[in-house]
Ligand binder design. Structure first.
Ligand SMILES: Nc1ncnc2c1ncn2[C@@H]1O[C@H](COP(=O)(O)OP(=O)(O)OP(=O)(O)O)[C@@H](O)[C@H]1O
Ligand SMILES: Cc1ncsc1CCO
Ligand SMILES: [Mg+2]
Length: 270
């Protein structure tokens, strides 16, 4: 039962308070650190090469977000992924703006190629650009926001799953959790969510917290953020309140609310 898996995973995060190591962008550092704390995990943002090896030893997962990438940071990201591999820790890649520049596309592919336990979380445009397959799909990235509906990235996500032996989460109005053995769609969330910057980055950070306690599909993070986001949006006049309210709702989220609100369709074994 997906709902029970999600509830158990949330309890595990709150009990274990895993440390999640983030190399992330300047825009969202505060949002994502607060999102992890409200969930019950422990965030650390770091990007000095001089401390990443040490920190990876006691972190439960590594989140790599390429949102404000530059040449210097790429080498640190690569080094951090090497350390995560050495420690057997999961890596969550958020390929922010993949397709908007060669730098972003090439770096995302390089990191995806390296990481041994990988979850990729992006919006549809990023997932399509990362896969780089020409089919019914178009790579439509002009910036960090999705131009494509999440359904249109399904073939691209399946391609990434096969190529990198990873799990993929496509976020959007419907979130898709795509793995080698199953495909799940999640219908929670709210149309106001993309009006707050870094909601997707928060989803990637929460994915790190859940992976650290053994929920390595991306489902629990998408479910928890989807439900918390829709409740918070219903109580908010606009994106400003939503950004703050989300933290309160995440902090208070319980099993009963998840059971009532979750809207999941599982395609089961493929
Ligand atoms: N139209 C929508 N309706 C419901 N939920 C949505 C909608 N758009 C996005 N969401 C939710 O918002 C969260 C972030 O997804 P989104 O696809 O906007 O990420 P993103 O484009 O990577 O964002 P960012 O780069 O700003 O961090 C997810 O939980 C997703 O389910
Ligand atoms: C707006 C923006 N630009 C680079 S990263 C970021 C945050 C959302 O991904
Ligand atoms: Mg994003």
């Amino acid at each position: 039962m997906p709902t029970q898996i999600i509830i158990n995973a949330l309890n595990a995060v709150r009990e274990q308070k895993p440390l999640v190591l983030n190399i992330t962008n300047y825009v969202v550092m505060n949002n994502t650190a607060n999102g992890l704390l409200a969930l019950g995990a422990s965030p650390i943002m770091a990007h000095s090469r001089d401390e990443l090896a040490e920190m990876m030893v006691f972190s439960g997962a590594l989140v790599i977000n390429i949102g404000t990438l530059d040449r210097l940071w790429i080498e640190r990201m690569v080094f951090a992924v090497e350390q995560a591999n050495k420690q057997g820790k999961p890596v969550i890649l958020d390929p922010v703006g993949c397709g908007a520049s060669q730098l972003r596309t090439q770096t995302s592919r390089r990191i995806a190629e390296m990481a041994e336990r990988l979850i990729i979380r992006g919006n549809a445009s990023e997932i399509i650009a990362l896969a780089g397959i020409e089919s019914r799909e178009r790579a439509n990235s002009k910036g960090v926001d999705a131009i494509d509906a999440s359904e249109t990235a399904m073939d691209a996500a399946r391609h990434l799953v096969r190529h990198y032996h990873c799990n993929v989460v496509i976020s959007g109005e419907t979130d898709f959790i795509v793995g080698e053995k199953s495909e799940i769609s999640l219908h929670n969330g709210h149309a106001m969510m993309p009006c707050v910057t870094g909601m997707g980055c928060t989803l990637s950070a929460l994915t790190g917290a859940f992976a650290a306690v053994g929920e390595s599909t991306g489902l629990a993070a998408a479910a928890v953020l989807g439900v918390a986001g829709e409740i918070a949006a219903q109580q908010s006049a606009g994106p400003g309140s939503l950004q703050l309210k989300l933290l309160d709702v995440l902090y208070q989220l319980d099993a009963e609310t998840l059971t009532q609100r979750l809207s999941i369709s599982a395609d089961g074994a493929k």
